[in-house]
Design a binder for this molecule. Sequence first.
Ligand code: PMP
Length: 757
Amino acid sequence: MEKLLQSEFGFQQIEIKKLNGYENENYLVKTNTNNYIFKTYNYNEELNDFVEAENEVLLSLQESNNNRYPAPIQFADTSYVKTLDIKSEKKTCRMLSFLQGESFGDVKPTKELFQSFGIFLAELDIKLQGLTNYTIKARQWGWIMQYLEQNKIYIDDIPNAKDRNTVSYFFQQYEENVRLLLPGLRKQIIHNDANEWNVIVNNGEVTSIIDFGDLAHSQLINELAIAIAYACLEIENPLEWATIILKSYHSKLPIEENEIKVLYYLVAARLSISVCNSAYSRKTNPDNKYASVSEKSAWKMLYRWLRINPLYAERKFREAIGLAVERPLTIEEVTEKRQQHISPILSLSYDKPIYMVGSAFQYMYDAYGNTYLDAYNNIPHVGHSHPKVVAAGQQQMAKLNTNTRYLYDQLDEYAEKLLQRFPSTLNKVYFVNSGSAASDLAIRMAKIHTGFERIMVMEHGYHGNTQVAIDISDYKFTNPKGQGKKDYILKTPIPDTYRGKYNRQENNAGKKYAQEAIVQIDTSNLPVAAFISEPIVGCGGQVPLTDGYLKEVYPAIRKQGGICISDEVQTGFGRLGDHFWGFEAHDVVPDIVIIGKPMANGHPMGAVICTSEIAESFSKGVEFFSSFGGNPVSCAIATSVLEVIEEDELQANAKLVGDYYKSLFIELQKKYDCIGDVRGSGLFLGIEITKANSLEPDVELAHFIKNEMRSQHILIGTDGPFDNVIKTKPPLCFTKENAKEVVDTLNNILKTYYSKV
Ligand code: PMP
C-alpha cells in the first residue's frame, strides 16, 4: 500500500491506518505535510460510475480555504478516480483530503452545536441545489427514503417481534402519510447521510461533513429528517432538540409547509431503515461492527418517537419555523357537535372526554398532542393500528369483499384456523358482526335445539345490546333504568368469593355456589334451554367465576336437556394468559361459545361456535344469513389477528406481563386499604376500590382515580354493579414497563389523595 501511494500520488514518509467503513475500505494516510483518506471499493461498473459522480459533486463543492467538504486529490496522472489492482483484487480508488475535528457522536449535545448543525446543513443543501447529475438521479436503493420498501426484506432479520412490528408500523405510516405527498415535495441532490459519525465538530460547532457515498436525488426534507434522526439518538426529549436543528436550517433555507407535514414520519422511517440494515448486516456480516454502530440508540430513539403524538410533533415543527398552528376544536365544541346528531345515551368516558385522532400499539393520540398509555381497551387486542392487521384489511378490501352466498377462500381458511383453537366437539362456526349479534344468535340456536324457552343467566352478566342480549344481561335489565327481568329468564347468583355468600376461606366455595344454582335449575317450573355466562364476569366487575362452579352447573343444565354457552367476547384469544379461552380455566367444554371484540382487533366481527348437533338442529329452520358476517375482508383481518397472536407470542406475553402487573397491584394493596380486592388473570384485571377495610364500595374514589389517571395520560376504566372496580385490560402488546408505569401512577395518585384527606 505504501509503495502504491508513493507511486500514484508521490507521497513521502507515509503512515497508514485502516479505518471503519460500511461497505468499502478506508485508510487514514499521514504524510509529512498532510493527512488524507484513501478509499478503495471492490470494483463494479455501477459503483465506479457512482464514485465518479460523487467526485464531481465534491469538486463542485470546493471553495477557497475549504475545510467543510472533503477535497478530491489527484493521482499523479491528474485523474481523481482510478481502478487499481490491490493484492490482486480490482479496486476503485481515490484520495480525499482529511478533515480535522471530533465526530458529532462524540461531542456533548448543546444548543449551539445543534444550531450550527442546522445552518451547516442548509448551506450544504443550498450549494447542492443547482447540481444535476444523472448517475445520482438514476440511483435507486434502500437508503434513499423514497425507496424504503427495499428494506422490508430485512424486517425478518430483526429478532424480536415487537421491534419488527414497530418498524413495519413506521414503514406503513410512510406509505399512509408521505407517499401521496411525494410529488409536491422539493427534490434535489442531498448528502443523504448526515449521521453522527459523518458530521465533524470543532470548538462546539459543526464545521465539516464527510462521506458523500450516499448522495441521492431525493426529497430535500429527507436531509433534515436524517440529521434529526441521528443527532437525537441519545437524547431523552428528541422532539425539542429536533426543533433546534429545524429552526436554524430554516433560517438559511426555508422549509415548506408540506415538508413539515411529513417530517415526523421521515425521521421514524430513517431510523427504521437504519435498524433494518443493522439487523441484516448482523446476520450476514457479524464482524462488521460499524454497520450496527447506531443500532441500540436507534431502537431507543424509535420507541421514544413512537410515544410522541405525530400531531404534537407537527405542531412543534410548525411553531419552530413560525407557521400558524391550527387550534383544534375544544372538547366542549366537539362534544356539542357530536350531540347535535348523536344521542347522549351514547356515553363518553371520563369527566373530560378525550378527542382521539390516532393510535399505535398500546398508545393513543389525542387532538391536542397528548399520548395516552392505553391500559383499558381490549378490542385492539394485538395493538392499535397493528401493521399486519392494517395491511390484511387494506389488501383484501382492494381485492374482493362479498358475502357468504358466494364461495371464497378467506371464509374457509379463517373458519379452519379458528376452529383449530377449540375442542373438537365445537366444530361449526357462524359469523356475525358483533358480540351482541353472536349472543342473540346463540340464544336462538339454543331454543331451536332444545325446544325450551327458559334461559339461565348470571347475576351482573352482560352479553350485548340487542333485545335478546339485553333480556339475558342482568347488568342491563336490573339497572334502575332497565326493563326488568323477563319471565323467561332465570337469574342465578354470581359465584363471587369477594362479595358473595361464600368467600375465599370457604372450602369448596365453587361447589356450594353451584349447589344453589342447581336447586334453581331443578325447581324451575320450565326446563332451561341454555345457561349463558362469562368465565370472568367483565362488566360485572372482572369477577372470575369461583373454581369448580361451572364443572358442577354444566352437567346439571345438560341433565335436564339444556345447553351451556360461554361468552368469551372479553376473555377469549389468549388474554387470560394461562388459557386461550376462559372456559378452559374451568375445565369445562361448552356447547356454544360466542366471541367478538378482539377477534378482528376492532373491525366489527363476532361469531358463534357450536357443536355439530346444535348446528344440525339449526339447519332445519329458515336460512341463516348475515350480510356482513364472514365477509372476505373480516376474515382476512381476523386471520391476521390469529397469526399475530401466534407470531408475537401474545398469550405468553399476557401471562408474563399480566402476572407481573397483578403482583404490582397486590403490593399496592398492602399500602392502601382502599384497595379491597385485586383479581383476574393475564391482562384482564380488576381492582376493587372500597372504603377502608370494608366491602362498602368507594365509588367516588374509584372515579377520582379513573379521571386522575386520564389527566396523567393513562387510560383505565371503572365498572361493576357499583362502578367501583377499576378495570384494566390493555392491548396484549403491553409491556412490563407499561405495567409499572400504570401502578406507579396509581401509587402517586393515592399518595397525593391521602396527603390531602
Ligand atoms: N358479551 C360480553 C361479555 C361483552 O362484554 C360485550 C360487550 N361489552 C358483548 C357481549 C357485546 O359485544 P358487542 O358490543 O360487540 O355487541
